[in-house]
Design a protein around this ligand. Sequence first.
Ligand SMILES: Nc1nc2c(c(=O)[nH]1)N[C@H]1C(S)=C(S)[C@@H](COP(=O)(O)O)O[C@H]1N2
Ligand SMILES: [Mo]
Length: 432
Amino acid sequence: MKKRGLHELYAKDPVKADEQVFQRTSNTLTRRGFIKGLKSLSLLLGAEVVYGQFMPAGLIPAAFAQADTPFSIKGKDGLTILNDRPLNAETPAHLLDDVVTPASRFFVRNNGIPPQAPDASSWTLTIEGESAAQSKTFTLEELKAQFKHYTYQLTLECGGNGRAEFSPAATGNQWTTGAVGCPRWTGVRLKDVLKAVGVKEDAVYIGYYGDDQHLSRTPGKAAISRGVPIDKAMEDESLIAWAMNDEPLPLMNGFPLRLVFGGWPASTSGKWLKKIVIRDRVHDGAKMLGKAYRMPCKPVAPGAKVADEDMCIIEAMPVKSLITFPKSGSDHSLKEKLTVRGHAWSGEGKIAKVFTSIDFGQTWHLAQLNAPANRHAWQQFSTQINFPQQGYYEVWAKAQDEHGKSQPMVLPGWNPKGYLNNACHRIAVRVV
Ligand SMILES: Nc1nc2c(c(=O)[nH]1)N[C@H]1C(S)=C(S)[C@@H](COP(=O)(O)O)O[C@H]1N2
Ligand SMILES: [Mo]
């Protein structure tokens, strides 16, 4: 049986979860089961349950039971936790209102078990592989000292953002809209480092290895090891980064070193970066093969079975937008105009236009749109809306990129793993 996180267990069926955690069947709980349960609870709570021996058998600790976000992550604020094993948390749309996403609001997507306390002062990064002219190891200090520093605002979005809407449902974290953010990243250019090591003519791909462990804790088994084609690796904005918004990376976002490939599925942006391999073939690390981070090469019917060889690797993320103000479900006075704002982005190029609608898409109005801070940074849109009368409205937003590509109103092509949902974002407003 797949070992699931306590949060996922309790969210689905608290009674059953309780039975499993405490190894209780019907109404009998063995003393041994209870002690084991207490231990796993203490681990998850990050603290010993003092007076645990007096805790009524099978009671869900208040820390888990109360709120809709029963766990908190150090340094994060207001994120919704989707899974605690591995840890995954997304940001509610209205908390992504900042132009530059604060570290405290940047989502977390882990595939395995992060390193406990990585040490920046002894951290090394090794570059090797069939298409590397040599194998070379840099300390973090050497990277900082030997290469020029660059700062870019870069959008990272998980390929599975929006998965929750697919039908038939796709397994995996049920991301709604919050596995995206656009902080400022500082580091060295990946291309400068690759060139210093030497890239052979036959290089086609780079792959990464991080310092996290596979959920099974099997030594040497990577939780994830993905990469990008050499052209993307050589882009000016492709970074080996150590800072988010001028501060060291948060532990859960890859401290002390990570890759950042703006506009591409964030799964390519390896965290806790220890090794980069320059490959003479498409990188074949964990989650590069099979159905992981791949789409059917040709569109398929919902629920269809697709053979692995008919799946193609996801590259740039599609055009998308998010309304970050007001919060969905807000009340607004008929007497005033409503300011609506948010972000729009695309891995394939600049956003050219953003439209909003309050009549379920019958009419669309052009919003104001800002230029991006740099390539692969999201762009801000805003508009003022006058409502004709009191009542329930939905505000819809739709972005269009410079190539004329836009967002679908309904779900885009169904796919086995529920990737690339770039359907228009909608919020509810009650005009009173
Ligand atoms: N080493 C390592 N790198 C990783 C992952 C991981 O689990 N381990 N997850 C990937 C995935 S699937 C995503 S969406 C992004 C998420 O980055 P974040 O947690 O900083 O938001 O990191 C990517 N890099
Ligand atoms: Mo992801």
